[in-house]
Ligand binder design. Structure first.
Ligand code: S3P
Length: 169
């Protein structure tokens, strides 16, 4: 099987859908943010605060380069991983890239109360979400498949992805 890579904005459900995909297919799932935290032994918030976003993006690119070489894995990525086109290109070499989408209001609802996302720790998170979404959309659209997630469970989304790529047990 080709790797399945999940991209998309914060709060679009990448991590929970990747776990669901792993449960159905039996292939392991991994998360680029979790790999970054494990490697740096620091939370995402601390990495942003103490080392800056550029450092975070450099580690993210290095990790993505490594995990892109794997086979038969489900990979969820951080919402900004698409910003470097080299990341998407690396991920596409062994895999199909699926971008999960949701409306700004739904993203706000899903991310509210979670202080682990430094980019949304601002006074007006909804306008920040709108601003980032507008800026990032051309990058998200480089995915092979775009999938709307609103009103669907992670299980339904995972099944939709597997149907779309023609996966058979
Ligand atoms: C980011 C998204 C986060 C994490 C970091 C930066 C972004 O991942 O990588 O806070 O730039 O959109 P999630 O999309 O898993 O929240």
């Amino acid at each position: 099987m080709k790797n399945i890579i999940l991209t998309g904005f914060m709060g679009t459900g990448k991590t929970s859908v990747s776990r669901e995909l792993s449960r159905i297919t039996g292939f392991p799932s991994m998360d680029s943010d979790a790999e970054i935290v494990a490697r740096e032994k620091m939370s995402i918030n601390d990495i942003f605060a103490k080392k800056g976003e550029k450092f975070f993006r450099d580690v993210e690119t290095a990790i993505i380069k490594e995990i892109s070489k794997l086979h038969d894995v489900i990979i969820s990525t951080g919402g900004g991983a698409v910003l470097r086109v080299q990341n998407i290109e690396a991920l596409k070499t062994n895999g199909v890239v699926v971008c999960l989408t949701a409306s700004p209001e739904e993203i706000l609802r899903r991310t509210k109360g979670d202080s682990g996302r430094p980019l949304l720790q601002v006074e007006d998170p909804l306008s920040k979400i709108n601003e980032l979404l507008t800026k990032r959309m051309p990058y998200y659209e480089r995915a092979d498949i775009m999938l709307e997630t609103e009103g669907k469970t992670p299980r339904q989304i995972a099944e939709e992805i597997l149907k779309e790529i023609g996966w058979k047990p």
